[in-house]
Design a protein around this ligand. Structure first.
Ligand SMILES: [Zn+2]
Length: 347
């Protein structure tokens, strides 16, 4: 154990920790001495004054989270809220949305139908999805929806809507994103723009919908209050009878959901540089030569528990990207493979 020198954590206590699995089944190269009592360092206040450096580094490689917002709700709320943090302009908290001219369906019903399909697609791909609503009878303003995504630390805020127009001939899909002027940073702007392009490309490829392009907007509260990359999909026009009927068919909804999910997947993997979270069973051992911070996986998120393992050999049960679920004295925890560690796969 080396818990001084480089050690920057205060008030380190050692407690008697877990006993490693001694049934090594003849693994060569693992000395029994390494398998005895391991020292565990408990961090007195792991989150006070910022997470420990090693745990904070891990935050950037956390599994991706998508915040999915089915537009509108059963009853619009015309009470006013500022259109953005730097705006004096006011807009209704959430409008009632459009309606299908052929189906008579309300936009809020369609958006939740398709959002639930997108959620299923994304979760199957290995994404954690946080929904702003799962029922119709809610009262969540556009500002509050953006705050759900912000507080979640979402990698993408994905808003699902349908369009309406005075002309019954207007049709097609578009994807809106926050204009540069209302973005919190050039990064957020660039990421939103890239996500809009990829989601539209894949939506159009999957459905054959007419593309109306990607459109930067500075007048939408749900964009202006957002601090994470975000896009708003206008799936099609409910005021066009033909497109309205199409938007409600099982086949077309399935195509839309798959296309939108694929666009999200391309954004996350190609632009955000993250991988979906798909743990696979794994049989092997890790020789830890440095401290490894322990995480629990809660509600699809990796949460540091404020403790780490010192150098020792640990048994691996599952692997996802460079994360490993290992046996610990608590039962089981995730660690991110520290640089330069040796992974010993079972033969
Ligand atoms: Zn809408």
């Amino acid at each position: 154990m080396n818990n001084n020198g480089e050690q920057t954590i205060h008030d380190v206590r050692y407690v008697r920790a877990w006993q490693a699995d001694t049934k090594r089944k003849g693994r060569r190269g693992l000395r029994p001495a390494m398998l005895g009592w391991a020292a565990l360092a408990l961090l007195a206040s792991p989150f006070a004054g910022g997470a420990p450096a090693a745990a904070a580094d891990s935050a950037s490689s956390m599994p991706p989270v998508i915040c999915l917002d089915p537009g509108h709700q059963l009853k619009g709320n015309n009470a006013l809220e500022p259109t953005g943090p730097n705006s004096r302009a006011m807009k209704p908290k959430v409008s009632s949305g459009t309606q299908g001219t052929a189906t008579g369906k309300a936009e809020y019903v369609l958006t939740l139908e398709v959002s639930k399909r997108i959620q299923t697609e994304l979760e199957a791909m290995g994404y954690t999805v946080v929904m702003t609503r799962e029922t119709h009878d809610v009262d969540i303003s556009n500002k509050e929806r953006a705050e759900v995504a912000n507080n979640t630390g979402a990698d993408l805020f994905l808003r699902i809507h349908a369009d309406g127009d005075a002309s019954s001939k207007t049709q097609g899909a578009s994807v809106l994103y926050p204009a540069k002027a209302v973005s919190v940073s050039p990064e957020q702007y660039g990421q939103s723009e890239a996500a809009a392009r990829l989601v539209l490309d894949e939506l159009v490829a999957a459905t054959g919908a007419k593309s109306r392009g990607t459109v930067p907007r500075s007048d939408l509260s749900g964009f202006n209050w957002s601090t994470v990359p975000n896009v708003l999909v206008e799936m099609g026009f409910m005021t066009n009878a033909e497109e309205d009927r199409l938007l409600s068919t099982d086949e077309y909804q399935s195509k839309m959901a798959k296309g939108i999910a694929e666009g999200v997947n391309r954004y996350i993997t190609e632009v955000a540089g993250k991988s979906p979270w798909l743990p696979q069973p794994y049989v092997g051992w890790l020789d830890l030569t440095d401290n490894a911070y322990l995480f629990d996986r809660t509600d699809g998120r990796l949460v540091p528990i404020g403790a780490y393992l010192g150098p020792q050999t640990v048994t691996v049960r599952e692997k996802a990207d460079d994360w490993y679920r290992i046996d610990t004295w608590l039962g089981s925890n995730w660690i991110q493979l520290p640089q330069g560690q040796t992974l010993l796969a079972a033969s």
